[in-house]
Design a protein around this ligand. Sequence first.
Ligand code: GTB
Length: 217
Amino acid sequence: MTHTITAFERSPDGGMGLARDTRVRWAFEEVGQPYEVRPVSFAAMKEPPHLARHPFGQIPTYEEGELVLFESGAIIFHIASRYPGLLPDEANARARAISWIFAALNTVEPPILEIVTAKFQEGGKPWTKERLPLIADRIRQRLGQLSARLGEAEWLDGEFSAGDLVMISVLLRARPSGILNEFPRLAAYVARGEARPAYKRAFAAQLAFNTAEPPAG
Ligand code: GTB
């Protein structure tokens, strides 16, 4: 069965791997499944064919036969549930790995996204200068807690899992602000994720996709 995901026709980050198709590509690479990528322009994202796949007009989406999914977390959970390699077999360990997926998306990612919004969408607003340090402190609080839990461990709970994949993908978005590097254990954790062959393949694929010459004409 072919798996097709959608991605920005050209990611605004120029191939830094920060758009959310990268985490889905990484999941496919970890479980050794091939996938195809359908590029979507910003305009096409808001048109009916794409809105039928994604109610909020965003990427990534996932198609596999009749099944259409949206939300990167749901897509990664689906891939991890369907193919071995990203979730432990033992029931309690599996439940804990799933908790880490939710923790990454619901607890760690929101303050990180706030700083992106404050800088890039509200950068010119009069309150932004005062708001940024407040957001930065909220990120520091979460990263401090996460770092304390990780301790000297390699991964969050035993073997590398989908929980680590999503958490590392989320933490990567805190790197441009400089805050990630204030937490050496987390910076090293992210580097371990980036060193995985599956991550390297996913990163290279999105970079090639985002830097390819547009078709002539
Ligand atoms: N909760 C959803 C999920 O996890 O799948 C969020 C999906 C989402 O935010 N998608 C973004 C999107 O489609 C792309 S990833 N945006 C277009 C729109 O909403 O109209 C977010 C993103 C965008 C750009 C960069 N970048 O350039 O660095 C990084 C991340």
